[in-house]
Design a protein. Structure first.
Ligand code: ADP
Ligand code: MG
Length: 279
């Protein structure tokens, strides 16, 4: 083979590999068992560093609780993962192949990252069932199929989610008539309809009764393994229930990780007590 034929061959091969990579990058790839890499991200608001070289890693199927005082940067971190805020520096990667900093908010959701904000945003006039149906319709892959009516598989999926969120007996009620806790569960159910690989939950039990809080912990524990979950919460009883004495929690302070370890370990950490728990 002549040198220029070899060069042309190498170029064609490189182009083919680039195309394959672009194709493969549509779908998240969890090659290293890691769902989310946050690598040294910093964000400033008018010179104030809300995030300061924050790094953390969430494994596939892991349930991670994040705690820390108000203003620590917990919500800003979620804003950076979901594309609402662009960090000034650093990297955020979903699995080993998706650079989240290159995607828009809808593209990030489409890639499999679901986010639950603090306030529930369900459609109050619609029934619980219709809310879940609508969440399914927001998925572009099935939009065409849904134009007329739900398929048996979709109906079944709604049934499964209703059971998971303990609303199987409320399916035909208007969402506006649900309790605060039930609305929160419905919104989590709406997220689940999109089958996200990674779920971000910002203070999910704020304003819930003790019983609702306990049921929410059960729900999250049942999602663990199938999904990766990042839960920001102040309620230590809830965090204790979620971590079951064996899972790692992360403490954020002034935009970076102050401590990481078992809840009992971070609760005994003097710095953590000083900035957060001891207040
Ligand atoms: N859009 C914004 N503009 C200006 N400052 C902001 C903005 N978002 C957050 N901050 C500031 O960044 C810091 C971190 O906020 P936040 O991420 O909401 O903390 P947390 O969720 O841990 O309570 C706070 O001091 C907050 O006032
Ligand atoms: Mg917050």
């Amino acid at each position: 083979m002549t040198p220029d034929l070899m060069e042309a061959g190498a170029r064609a091969l490189a182009a083919h590999q680039a195309r394959s990579r672009a194709y493969a990058s549509d779908e998240v790839y969890f090659g290293q068992g890691v769902a989310l890499y946050v690598d040294e991200i910093s964000v400033s608001f008018d010179g104030f560093k809300a995030l300061n070289a924050l790094s953390l890693t969430i494994d596939v199927g892991e349930l991670r609780c994040i705690i820390g005082p108000n203003g620590a940067g917990k919500t800003t971190m979620m804003d950076c993962i979901t594309g609402k805020t662009r960090p000034d520096s650093g990297r955020v990667s979903f699995g080993s192949n998706i650079d989240l900093l290159r995607l828009s908010e809808p593209q990030i959701a489409q890639a499999g990252v679901g986010r639950k904000f603090q306030k529930p945003t369900v459609y109050e006039q619609l029934t619980v069932f219709e809310n879940l149906e609508l969440a399914l319709k927001a998925d572009r892959r099935v939009r065409a199929a849904l134009f007329h009516r739900l398929s048996p598989v979709q109906r079944e999926r709604i049934g499964e989610v209703l059971e998971l969120i303990h609303l199987e007996h409320e399916a035909q009620r208007s969402a506006g008539l649900l309790s605060h806790g039930q609305k929160q569960w419905l919104e989590i159910g709406m997220l689940l309809m999109q089958d996200p690989k990674l779920l971000l939950l910002d203070e999910p039990v704020a304003g819930m009764t003790d019983e609702e809080t306990e049921r929410t912990a059960e729900l999250f524990l049942s999602l663990e393994g199938q999904h990766s979950l990042v839960v920001v919460e102040h309620d230590m009883k809830f965090v204790d229930q979620l971590t079951q004495g064996r899972k790692k929690v992360t403490v954020l302070h002034e935009g970076s990780v102050l401590a990481e370890g078992l809840l009992s370990e971070v609760q005994a950490n003097e710095e953590v007590v000083e900035v957060y728990l001891g207040r």
